[in-house]
Ligand binder design. Structure first.
Ligand SMILES: [Zn+2]
Length: 363
């Protein structure tokens, strides 16, 4: 059967007008934006799930618990079982960038391929050669979070959480005034029993990496902030997976990826349960760097590790048309900053002319 294209387009346009489906020229603004990063989560697992050759077998060559849990024969099944929220929800009602299988790529531009340069790039909107270590250097750059925290209607409405105790320096809290839950204190200024309990939990868990608690108390603190102080811009840094990877523990790395996905779902469900956020909040998810691409070097990253510059993005919310996995488009980590501003109607280029443009969420 032949379809008369002009007629079809006309019908779709009428449907669009009647249902309020946005056209390419009319971006839908969100009231709030939530950003979540999964430190050092590889695009390989993001797009293909678990890799069989990375699992360690016992002396009888039997698959272990995580292999049984996360191994499937097809890459699409594997990624959906590993990060079901990203693939069953975000990929169907939002967008995913960086899938090499769709001819796309996402990558950092800082040339260093480790954490602080990556976080600076994503929040300042441009790589900075002065950020060349993970040392606790107060960020000389104004991040988009700092700038938003000075904007009308947003002042005092920006909050961040992440166990890695370099986060306050990345966001230059002394200058920016952004409250950051970090280290072993997820709630910076606890005032309720629940907030005090979250901070107690953070110190009661094993201090495995010295610099701060595990991810879960930071997630609880984020959810508590959404319920109480209700920031319009919230950033949550998830970091456990990178640590397990550095310890060459693929099982733990995968389990952490799965748990990160469940944490992100919990944040999203919390947003949809609160009138201040439901239906008017966009969620952006990404990573600060990739890792090596082989069994030998997957645990590592940095400029000596080929492929560690590749990343990915996921986005969902009213500012994100349901375009699914984006085909044939290359984006960079630097584009996150302007995107964070753009989805709530702010133009980061006004103060950061060198910042990369927003992600092409409307094609
Ligand atoms: Zn990192």
């Amino acid at each position: 059967m032949r379809i008369r294209i002009p007629g079809l387009v006309g019908v779709l346009l009428v449907i669009g007008v009647l249902t309020g489906v946005p056209t390419a020229q009319a971006p839908v603004l969100s009231q709030n934006v939530v950003v979540i990063t999964i430190d050092g989560y590889r695009w390989q697992e993001m797009f293909s799930g678990a890799a069989l050759e990375y699992f360690k077998r016992d002396s009888n060559d039997r698959p272990g618990a995580m292999e049984q849990r996360f191994w499937r024969s097809s890459p699409h099944e594997r990624r959906a079982v590993l990060t079901p929220f990203l693939w069953n929800d975000v990929a169907t009602t939002g967008q995913i960038f960086g899938d090499p299988g769709a001819g796309s790529r996402a990558h950092v531009t800082n040339g260093l391929w480790f954490s602080y340069p990556g976080y600076n790039e994503m929040f300042a909107g441009v790589a900075d050669s002065r950020i060349d270590s993970n040392r606790k250097l107060p960020n000389p750059n104004i991040t988009v979070l700092e700038w938003l925290n000075s904007r009308p209607g947003l002042k005092g409405k920006v909050a961040a959480f992440g166990a890695w105790d370099v986060l306050p320096f990345i966001l230059n809290t002394e200058r920016s005034g952004i409250p950051v839950g970090t280290g072993f204190k997820p709630v910076p200024a606890p005032s309720t029993d629940r907030e005090r309990a979250i901070n107690e939990l953070a110190t009661d868990l094993p201090p495995y990496w010295g610099y701060g608690t595990l991810d879960a108390p930071m997630v609880y603190a984020s959810i508590e902030a959404l319920r109480t102080s209700q920031p319009r811009v919230l950033y949550l840094m998830l970091g456990e997976g990178d640590e397990w990877a550095h310890e060459n523990k693929y099982d733990f790395y995968l389990e952490s990826a799965h748990r990160s996905d469940q944490f992100i779902r919990r944040i999203w469900d919390t947003l949809q349960s609160l009138p201040a956020y439901a239906g008017k909040t966009t969620l952006l998810v990404t990573t600060d760097h990739g890792r090596g691409a082989t069994v030998k070097d997957w645990s590592d990253h940095g400029r000596d590790v080929p492929a560690a510059e590749n990343t990915w993005f996921a986005a969902i919310g009213p500012s994100v048309p349901a375009l699914g996995v984006r085909r044939d488009v290359t984006v960079t980590t630097a584009q996150l900053a302007a995107t964070i501003a753009a989805v709530i109607g702010e133009d980061f280029s006004a103060v950061a002319p060198k910042a990369a443009p927003p992600l092409p969420l409307r094609r």
